[in-house]
Ligand binder design. Structure first.
Ligand SMILES: Cc1cc2nc3c(=O)[nH]c(=O)nc-3n(C[C@H](O)[C@H](O)[C@H](O)COP(=O)(O)OP(=O)(O)OC[C@H]3O[C@@H](n4cnc5c(N)ncnc54)[C@H](O)[C@@H]3O)c2cc1C
Length: 818
């Protein structure tokens, strides 16, 4: 193309001609967006895509993510028929083998969750695994699982085939054009500058792989990813290796194998990765590799020789060391950037880009065309990160651990160890000195539980009861029987204010929040499908000021959702005030007695009823006290200016001494809320479930004046009879069994759903779970109550009782979930 033919405008520009960019362009054209230009600085697939091993495994821990890859496999098998260009897709199936008993437990849990997610799977013996993969040493194996739907593809061919499909649909794919800047006007993207000229555009999509962070920096968008070296070898031909040989993974050895031209590809995910590109990613890195690093590869090679002894005799034809971008939590980054309107990101694929690209490209294209995600994409939503996650030193240290997570033991409640502590509450040192064991959420260090004197505040991971069980029991009982304090400073806090704040918030929230000053309303923010975008507490602290408290991980997401729905000419502003306030939750039947010692305020039911907020004095501090609870007991959330938090905490602990006050952590909170059946965002509540299905009808005000976003969908839903899905509480009958979440639930022997959250309920003396039950003919009261339930715990079935209303304490501090 000569310069005079160079385009000057397009509806959509996609930056990056790897597998992800071409998939986005392809799917945009399928959705009727034909004025699309894809720009690639080198040649198609020349970045990371060309040297991928091409494994496509369908199963992920989140059902929506599994669905994306299931779609990829279908697309990759059908694409050649459409475009005439082969994709190299081969449905070989895949095996995962277990060396240890714990790993076998993982595989059995995986098999159960595969069944819950509709993925074909079989648990097989070591011998059967050996029959499928005769070159493998099996004498040390406990067993394996077999996933017949998995396979492999050729990444370069796939990219070419997607590009052809995109061109056929009207898109222009232009190679050898480098984007040098992103043009922004009035908070929205308006085009790009390139080394060949400027192109105006309504929408720009950043699919620049490991360069995506730099592209983001051109326009103030955080794309938190960092490159790491990633390696595999290709051997010469080996007798017995044939194109239909399944993909084989041996996670205890950190390795995988697949066939390639009669030999084996062997690569893996070593526990400590080697970050790369600290001084920036070179522009000229076309079809390039990094130097071989046998030292870094040694741990993989040693393990590979144990699994496939024949490797010792064969020739290594090629060592591939290519950089790939990794993110802080091992999930990719998708969606419209909260910082810049009409600027989308699809990057950071954590060595899953080939498997994910089909589904991720479709999901991103739908997001662009519809203006919002069309399904639950929270695990990969770019809004789960904030600008502080883009800190290069932090990213560098974190991704050393991220790469290895692929094959690390997925222990229940496993915490990441690197790049911590990151965000600290003002009480961090105090809680640390009291033996807190910290976990991390949205970067915050949060006390999960408190160790006894002489006990190490460390988790001993296992699938049964862990070492903190009794510590948490004590915290749990204190909340139910006397009083405890939770440091909930990590809550996200948003201040929405202005003359129109009440009116606008009332259209964004499904409940009626246009209430008297001093009222707190627990409600939902819904999308147009009626699904949850968030659940929040809205506190009216002034006629024109509302303080919103939402989950720690939701600050960016919720702020973005609200700002998007504020009409341009209205008088409303939103400020994230998370760092300005700490939250100390004083919970339990003695909480009133404790606070009375410290404050002149009246805490009686009459003067301070449930779901109200008042500004009160606590010691020398002036704080907001919100009478609300997530544990189902009497209690107040003290919302304290950060600089007063330490003083208030000390005062509360001193005043509480005579009532036996103790510190409690997030593990106790989880058990307490699950006993009460309280739902949590991103677990039970997600964009594909509405308040009636979730049992939160009380949080919706269908008839309030002016309506609200999602109301039409809820009206339609009500016309359709019984909900097809519903959140139901299950209590295990065996008091010793431990649930963690993700387990398969059977009703009368047939799969009916998956455990969304679970914990031990120390008041009920059993594991308690919230389950999403799905049933096409409707999940009626009769359907729930007439079933016999079992939970599949790593292959063993445990009987459970289903409850629509919680079996614990009918005198709830919050309206009942029905
Ligand atoms: C050794 C190795 C093995 C792997 N094995 C597998 C596997 O088995 N299965 C799997 O699913 N995944 C695997 N992966 C991961 C997979 O390769 C990546 O996730 C995927 O290729 C990422 O695709 P992408 O389109 O995001 O990035 P890329 O392929 O890097 O594409 C981004 C493109 O953007 C272009 N670009 C950058 N900046 C600009 C600019 N300013 N202007 C214009 N263009 C620009 C680049 O040139 C590049 O071509 C592997 C990766 C490695 C390194």
């Amino acid at each position: 193309m000569n310069d005079s033919n160079f385009p000057t405008a397009a509806q959509v520009i996609v930056i990056g001609g790897g597998i992800v960019g071409t998939s986005v362009a392809y799917h945009l054209t399928k959705l009727g967006y034909t004025d699309v230009i894809l720009l690639e600085q080198g040649q198609l697939s020349c970045g990371t895509t060309w040297h991928a091993a091409g494994l496509v495994g369908q199963l992920r821990s989140h059902v929506a993510m599994t669905d994306l890859i299931k779609y990829s496999t279908k697309l990759y098998s059908d694409l050649e028929a459409e475009t005439g260009l082969a994709t190299g897709w081969k449905n070989t199936g895949s095996l995962a083998v277990a060396r240890s008993v714990d790993r076998m437990t993982v595989l059995k849990r995986t098999a159960a969750s595969a069944r819950a997610q509709g993925v074909d799977v079989d648990v097989i013996s070591a011998k059967e695994a050996g029959d499928l993969w005769p070159l493998m040493e099996t004498s040390d194996l406990q067993g394996a699982i077999w996933l017949p739907g998995d396979g492999k593809a050729n990444p370069t061919d796939l990219t070419q085939s997607l590009a052809k499909g995109a061109r056929n649909g009207g898109a222009k794919v232009i190679e050898r054009v480098k984007v040098t800047d992103v043009i922004v006007k009035d908070g929205a993207v308006t085009g790009v500058k390139t080394d060949k000229g400027q192109i105006d555009a309504e929408i720009v999509v950043n699919c620049a792989g490991q360069w995506a962070r730099e592209i983001g920096k051109m326009c103030g968008v955080s794309v938190p990813l960092h490159s790491a070296e990633h390696m595999y070898i290709v051997t010469g031909e080996i007798e017995g290796v044939h194109p239909d040989l399944p993909v084989m993974r041996d996670p205890d050895g950190y390795i995988y194998f697949k066939e390639e031209v009669g030999g084996l590809v062997m690569g893996g995910f070593e526990p400590e990765a080697k970050p790369w590109g600290m001084d920036g990613i070179p522009d000229k890195f076309e079809f390039s590799l990094l130097p071989d690093d046998w030292d870094q590869f040694e741990i993989l090679m040693e393990n590979a020789m144990i699994r496939v002894p024949k490797l010792a005799e064969c020739e290594v034809k090629k060592f591939y060391n290519g950089p790939e971008s990794f993110t802080p939590d091992n999930n990719f980054l998708l969606g419209e950037a909260p910082e810049l309107k009409n600027f989308f990101v699809g990057a950071g694929f954590n060595s899953m880009g080939i498997a994910s690209a089909g589904g991720a490209g479709k999901a991103l294209a739908e997001w662009i065309v519809n203006g919002s995600a069309t399904t639950d994409l929270w695990p990969v939503d770019i809004r789960r990160f904030a600008n502080f996650n883009n800190n290069p030193s932090w990213l560098h240290d974190r991704i050393k651990e991220t790469l290895g997570l692929h094959y690390a033991m997925p222990w229940p409640n496993r915490e990441l160890d690197t790049a911590r502590p990151f965000r600290r509450s003002p009480l961090f040192d105090r809680l640390k000195s009291k033996n807190a064991c910290f976990g991390s959420k949205m970067g915050w260090e949060r006390a999960n539980w408190f160790a006894n004197a002489g006990q190490k505040p460390e988790i001993e991971y296992k699938f049964g009861r862990q070492n903190w069980h009794d510590n948490v029991a004590k915290e749990h009982r204190a909340v139910r029987e006397s009083v405890a304090v939770f440091d909930q400073t990590s809550f996200a806090k948003l201040l929405v204010q202005g003359r129109d704040a009440a009116t606008i918030l009332n259209t964004i929230c499904a409940g009626d929040v246009d209430v008297e000053v001093g009222k707190s309303v627990y409600t939902a923010m819904l999308n147009t499908r009626g699904g949850f975008e968030s659940d929040v507490t809205v506190m009216r602290i002034h006629r024109e000021k509302f303080l919103l408290i939402t989950g720690s991980a939701q600050a960016i997401h919720d702020a973005d959702w609200i700002e998007r729905n504020i009409p341009q000419d209205s008088h409303v502003t939103l400020t994230d005030v998370t760092s300005a306030w700490s939250v100390l939750s004083v919970m339990g039947p003695k909480s009133r007695d404790v606070l009375k010692q410290l404050s002149k305020s009246d805490f009686s039911n009459k003067a301070f009823p449930f779901a109200t907020i008042q500004e009160i004095d606590v010691g020398y501090a002036t704080v907001y006290a919100n009478r609300m609870t997530y544990v189902g007991e009497l209690g107040w959330e003290l919302i304290v200016p950060t600089e007063f938090a330490a003083g208030v905490y000390d005062d509360v602990m001193k005043a509480g001494e005579e009532f036996g006050i103790i510190d409690a952590g997030y593990y106790a909170l989880e058990g307490l809320r699950l006993e009460k059946g309280f739902r949590a965002w991103s677990r039970e509540l997600h964009p594909d479930i509405n308040p009636f299905e979730a049992g939160l009808g009380f949080a919706v005000s269908m008839d309030k004046p002016g309506g609200f976003i999602g109301r039409d969908a809820l009206i339609e839903h009500r016309k359709n009879g019984a909900p097809r899905k519903r959140i139901v509480q299950l209590v295990l009958q065996d008091p010793d069994a431990q649930l963690w979440g993700g387990e398969l639930v059977l009703r009368n022997g047939v799969a009916v759903g998956e455990v969304r959250s679970a914990a031990y309920g120390h008041t009920l003396n059993a594991s308690v779970a919230l389950v999403q039950m799905d049933h096409a003919e409707g999940v009626t009261k009769d359907f729930i109550e007439s079933g016999d339930y079992e939970v599949d715990l790593a292959g063993e079935l445990f009987k459970a009782t289903a409850h629509i209303r919680t079996p614990y304490d009918p005198k709830s501090e919050r309206p009942k979930m029905e």
